[in-house]
Design a protein around this ligand. Structure first.
Ligand SMILES: Nc1ncnc2c1ncn2[C@@H]1O[C@H](COP(=O)(O)OP(=O)(O)OP(=O)(O)O)[C@@H](O)[C@H]1O
Length: 259
């Protein structure tokens, strides 16, 4: 069991931000979470990472129930790549230092890294085709390069769960395809973590994401096997607009039917 949410709700200012979320992620599954802006995706991720707690219901992540476990230890098992993280990094640090800081699942280096840390960081950069960027300052990297460095950073603590929160934001079509194919490669490795890919674009949902959750206005609209969730009927109902879809190489491209 990777995630188990039972009747989870989040209430702020007497308003439901998440409502009655029942969702399980098991080992061997990779999930996509699709939702429009404001649907509650970030709130759900913050809950998975233990930054916010459910107002109602129960959330178990990696066999730990919140409130009953050491969150710092839990966070080391969860890699989280998001734009919000980018804003909190020390951007003058080199790519290598940024990756090494992932060992502690914290921002910045709090302990002197040892040779093994350095070797692992460089190995991860190499795995993501970024070895040549190791000594470059993070702020000097392109958006696509930054995303890969953040993924390498997230892998530094060998997480069991890797959350990719809209990793293709700001990427051009080539950088985006390159990043997606890198994510695909990562999922095929023997020790690959469970992946959760958050997006509002269906075409980014690669075939490796065998399960999809559709989140709308804080509630689960539908969830299950990707091929059963990403259908024209279901998506038309989800978006409340007639949707035509085209499948290409296992990916789903959408068009509004009346345009
Ligand atoms: N602490 C809070 N207090 C009040 N409202 C909040 C709080 N946190 C989130 N919200 C509201 O809850 C809703 C869901 O927000 P959330 O950031 O989780 O959505 P999202 O799906 O990640 O959106 P986006 O794709 O735009 O990032 C939004 O309407 C947001 O304004």
């Amino acid at each position: 069991m990777i995630i188990k949410a039972k009747w989870v709700s989040l209430i702020r200012d007497s308003k439901y931000i998440l409502k009655d979320i029942n969702w399980s992620v098991s080992t061997g599954e990779h999930w996509a979470i699709l939702g429009l802006n404001g649907s509650g995706k970030t709130s759900l991720l913050n809950m998975i990472n233990g930054y916010i707690f459910p107002s109602k219901g129960e959330m178990e992540v990696l066999d730990s129930t919140f409130g009953a476990s050491d969150l710092r230890e839990l966070r080391k098992s969860i890699g989280w790549v998001s734009t919000a993280l980018q804003e909190r990094l020390y951007v003058k640090e080199s790519a290598e230092e940024i990756v090494m800081s992932g060992k502690f699942a914290m921002i910045g280096l709090f302990e002197e890294p040892n040779k093994a840390d350095k070797d692992l960081a460089n190995h991860l950069l190499e795995r993501l085709n970024c070895a040549h960027l190791a000594k470059r300052s993070y702020e000097s990297l392109s958006q696509g390069e930054k995303q890969k460095v953040l993924i390498a950073r997230a892998l530094m603590s060998s997480p069991r769960l890797l959350i990719l929160d809209e990793p293709c934001t700001g990427l051009d079509i080539f950088a985006k395809e390159q990043l997606l194919s890198m994510i695909e490669g990562l999922s095929q490795e023997k020790s690959a973590p469970t992946l959760i890919y958050v997006t509002h674009r269906t075409e980014e949902i690669l075939p490796i994401f065998n399960h999809t959750l559709l989140l709308r206005k804080g509630e689960i609209h539908s969830s299950g096997k990707t091929e059963e969730v990403l259908t024209s009927n279901n998506l038309s109902n989800f978006f409340e607009a007639p949707i035509l879809l085209e499948k290409l190489k296992g990916r789903t491209w959408l068009r509004l039917a009346d345009q």
